[in-house]
Design a protein around this ligand. Structure first.
Ligand SMILES: *Cc1c(COP(=O)(O)O)cnc(C)c1O
Length: 795
């Protein structure tokens, strides 16, 4: 049905009428979208079945990527791109009077993630399938993804997200493969032939039902599976409980994605979610495995299980439980299989983000799992005692259970054969600082896997015009081997090529300007510098530094009428966790500054501030191709990698950033002349943190620009904000500016000046832009996944 246009149109019309019961004339965009989605699913079903058969034969290793988040975004166009039929479909639909871009808008984003961590999981799925690797995802089918953000009078309001309102064409519910997940209850043990036999009794059981989605690779017959688990009432519900109450408690488990990017609130529910994911995934993985293996003794040779951060770390004690309680293995044998099977990615060194659970909460919820963790801890501490006799401090700091808490990162390190960071700097900090003791004890386990992004979504799909230009210039080989993008360097000074690059960027900026006009009612100048910071709102990401720079430019224009900066549009997109008050104040501040500079006759033709609400994958796809400057200004050492930075680079934006996360590697690849680096290094930040010596008041008193800005926060300078910004001012002064904004301010202003100056030398700017595109091939997640496959999973 996708072989030629005529066949496609005929099939489309026939299916549309069959499935909607309406004539084509009366069908809506939603019907049309659903129809095309069903056609894609049907088209890949043969290959999906074949891929599953191949897995069942068991002659290659399978990887299972466990993640509490998958930030997929929309799937229609990326599927068409990967199947190589997008042009044909677009053309055929256009004959019928349907615009594919409009149709695309009928699909809801699958927003089952908060940000970078969840989006990484989605990029990895795409790369595993596209490299024809047998790599599957397991996650939770949240009924409501990350909240929908509305801005009301400059304040964030959260609405429940409803991506399933029109159903989900990509999923298939597999009720026959449902599994039961037990919580609470008690553990009983008996002795039999000298072995302890454990049973879990009086548990409250929940049914986990799998919903499978095909993961379609690019130019491959491989179709992998993303299995998302939904919670439903089990057949045997607890007799003592009211059914409605039980049903509500049960369904709650897969009702909402936790909107908290970093910390863990609503603790019992969150813990229930984690075990729900782990228990059901492992049961399904092992059931498949046992179809062609007699027992689990060689599991680690055929199966790799990867845990994306510590949220699925219960996979470690859960696999121990299965191997011992169900398969009858002894501890040592089970332990070597578990550590041989499981590998772990660490995503953060922010200590407040490291998961730990109170034993009082944990033990009653998972009585058997807790006993196993206690034994893991006991044996681990024994090993430590042998290696470091008498060194109580060290042992205490490394224990899996300490001071009444289960430490999930420690469990993950002890129970897996590989621990990786997500950018070189991040891995070095893990090894040398945060996890120094563990690195000393397990030096071979630690390794780096710098993050990547799928160029298929972030370049081929998001920017087809740039894709075509690259194809015309260096051929199409780069699509399969992104290192070939390096060939573009030869064309960096070619005037005709530069002209075309410029045209594409300008077109994308006009389209984004139209969107901003439509959404925000703000007119932006497409010839202004589009300076973009889109990411979750967090103190360490320093959106505040960005907006303070805008205030500085505004103040300077007010003071000095001869100062006319190059017109610049500052575009923000960011969700704040609902309970993160500081972050919400920063959102309000951005709006207050926008209301000032966008309308003051002195500044309005030079400075424009735009906050695009409800930042998500589909919005990122529209903003990134239109960006000139990519703001990556986190306090050095705090951003583990960043992946937004890579998407921008690949679309020809220049990075303005700190030497943090993967920015370090971006700078190495582009060379210092094609990036604007400023501010403290990670070393310097960590030195201040360790030894003190930073006093933010010195900068407040010493730099009149800063004094003026900070005073404006609380002086009534912004109308109608009352005491809104006191918290911001306090964070900078009373709390001694934990993220060094004041310290980095001057360097940031100068980096901005350099960037604005560079922008005005068009040839030079385009040369840099081309260098960025050319050097971005390294950041394809295909490279990242090849490294995971070779160095961690042993595929
Ligand atoms: C890529 C992406 C992120 C991660 O952005 P960072 O700048 O790396 O924090 C977050 N949210 C969405 C929707 C993304 O596409």
């Amino acid at each position: 049905m996708f072989t030629d246009k005529k066949a496609f149109k005929a099939a489309f019309l026939q299916r549309l009428e069959q499935s909607s019961g309406l004539s084509f004339e009366h069908s809506t965009l939603q019907h049309q979208y659903q129809t095309l989605g069903m056609m894609v699913r049907e088209h890949v079903s043969t290959n999906w079945i074949a891929s599953n058969e191949e897995s069942r034969k068991g002659d290659h290793k399978e990887v299972y990527y466990l993640s509490i988040e998958f930030l997929l975004g929309r799937l229609l166009v990326s599927s068409l791109v990967n199947l190589g039929v997008k042009d044909l479909v677009e053309d055929g639909l256009s004959d019928l009077g349907i615009n594919l871009s409009e149709l695309e808008e009928a699909e809801a984003d699958a927003g089952l993630g908060n940000g970078g961590l969840g989006r990484l999981a989605a990029c990895f799925l795409d790369s595993m399938a596209s490299l024809s690797l047998a790599g599957h995802g397991h996650g939770i089918r949240y009924k409501h993804g990350l909240f929908e953000q509305k801005i009301v009078n400059g304040y964030q309001v959260e609405l429940p997200e409803q991506w399933l309102r029109n159903g989900n064409v990509w999923e298939i519910r597999k009720a026959d493969l449902a599994v039961e997940v037990p919580y609470w209850g008690e553990v009983k043990w008996t002795e039999k032939d000298g072995r302890m036999i454990f049973t879990h009794e009086k548990a409250e059981t929940v049914l986990a039902v799998p919903f499978d989605m095909p993961v379609i690779g690019f130019d491959t017959e491989r179709v992998n599976t993303l299995r998302l688990w939904g919670a439903e009432p089990a057949k045997h519900f607890p007799p003592h409980k009211d059914f409605m109450q039980y049903k509500r408690d049960t369904e709650q488990i897969s009702e909402f994605l936790y909107p908290d990017d970093m910390s863990d609130e609503g603790k019992i529910l969150r813990l229930k979610q984690q075990y729900f994911l782990v228990r059901s995934s492992l049961e399904s993985i092992l059931r498949d495995y046992k179809e062609d293996h007699d027992d689990l003794t060689e599991l680690h040779e055929h199966v790799a299980i990867h845990i994306n951060d510590t949220h699925p770390a219960l996979a470690i004690p859960e696999l121990m439980r299965i191997l011992m309680d169900e398969e009858g293995m002894g501890w040592e044998e089970a332990w070597s299989i578990v550590t041989g099977t499981i590998s772990y990615t660490n995503h953060t060194i922010l200590s407040e983000a490291l998961e730990k659970w109170s034993v009082d909460l944990f033990r009653p919820l998972f009585p058997r799992i807790f006993l196993i963790i206690e034994e893991i801890n006991r044996r681990f501490c024994e090993d430590l005692w042998e290696a470091y006799p008498g060194d109580w401090d060290r042992i205490e700091s490394m224990a899996v259970i300490a001071h009444g808490f289960v430490k999930m990162a420690h469990l993950s390190i002890v129970g897996s054969h590989s621990i990786n960071g997500v950018a070189r700097l991040h891995t070095e900090i893990l090894k040398m600082r945060e996890m120094k003791n563990f690195h000393e004890f397990y030096p071979d386990r630690f390794n780096n896997k710098t993050n990547g992004i799928t160029h298929r979504r972030w370049l081929l799909q998001a920017n087809p015009e740039l894709t075509s230009l690259i194809n015309e210039t260096i051929g199409t080989g780069w699509v399969k081997d992104t290192e070939k993008l390096n060939d573009l360097v030869k064309h960096a000074d070619d005037a005709a090529f530069q002209y075309k690059i410029d045209q594409i960027k300008h077109d994308k900026k006009r389209i984004l300007a139209d969107l901003i006009q439509e959404k925000n009612g703000i007119q932006v100048n497409p010839d202004s510098i589009f300076d973009v910071q889109i990411k979750r709102l967090h103190a360490y990401k320093r959106q505040l530094l960005n907006i303070m720079h805008v205030m500085h430019l505004y103040n300077k224009m007010k003071e000095d009428s001869s100062f006319k900066p190059h017109p610049q549009t500052f575009i923000f997109g960011a969700k704040a966790a609902p309970g993160y008050h500081y972050a919400k104040k920063v959102i309000k501040l951005i709006h207050s500054v926008a209301n000032l500079v966008n309308y003051d006759p002195v500044s309005k033709d030079y400075l424009t501030v735009v906050f695009l609400e409800n930042y998500r994958v589909s919005l990122a796809e529209k903003i990134i191709p239109a960006t000139n400057i990519s703001e990556q200004i986190s306090t050095a050492s705090k951003e583990a990698s960043g992946t937004g930075n890579m998407k921008f680079m690949m679309n020809g934006a220049l990075t303005l950033g700190t030497l943090d996360g993967a920015n370090v590697e971006i700078e190495e690849l582009t060379g210092p002349e094609h990036i604007f680096i400023f501010g403290l290094t990670a070393q310097e930040v960590m030195k201040y943190e360790k030894h003190g010596g930073y006093h933010s008041y010195d900068y407040y008193h010493g730099d009149p620009r800063l004094k003026k800005i900070i005073d404006q926060f609380t002086s009534g300078f912004f109308p109608d904000t009352f005491y809104d910004f006191e918290m911001i001012s306090d964070s900078l002064l009373m709390e001694n500016d934990q993220y060094f904004l004041l310290k980095d301010f001057d360097a940031y202003v100068r980096a901005q000046e350099k960037a604005a100056e560079a922008y005005q030398d068009k040839k030079r700017w385009l040369n840099s832009s081309i260098h960025n595109i050319a050097r971005s091939g390294y950041f394809s997640s295909d490279r990242t996944i090849r490294q995971y496959a070779d160095e961690i999973w042993g595929l």
